[in-house]
Ligand binder design. Structure first.
Ligand code: ZN
Length: 118
């Protein structure tokens, strides 16, 4: 293993990043103008301050497909973070309540996201 000596950001090279094992990604959250939601068939874009039910949830870490726990889920579990879901019967389904896996991806949303990414 190569030794890495700390240096200012402007002096970092690709080799330095490889040495420290640095990996980075960018996650963007943005609602897209589609008829349906991303991973289910519920209508998208319907908002209201009215809701039919509230559900209190606590994060429960589970192993990912790679056999590791998500760090954020672990931290929220340790802090006993409470998350309140306000649901509207017209725009919620079993997927949003984490009762079923995601359905097939909304192809329109995928096209828009790929366009933005490109
Ligand atoms: Zn849904």
């Amino acid at each position: 293993m190569k030794e890495f000596i700390f240096k200012p950001f402007g002096e970092m090279t690709e080799t330095d990043y490889e040495t420290v094992g640095f990996k980075s990604g960018l996650e963007i959250h943005q609602q897209l103008y589609t008829d349906k939601k991303l991973f289910c068939h519920c209508p998208a874009g319907i908002y209201s301050d009215n809701y039919d039910a509230e559900i209190l949830r606590h994060m429960r870490p589970t192993l990912s497909e790679l056999g590791v726990y998500d760090g954020t889920a672990l931290m929220e579990f340790k802090t006993k973070k409470e998350i309140i879901y306000r649901i509207n019967r017209n725009t919620v389904c079993t997927y949003e309540m984490d009762d079923t896996p995601p359905f097939l991806i909304n192809e329109d949303a995928l096209d828009i996201a790929l366009g933005i990414a490109l």
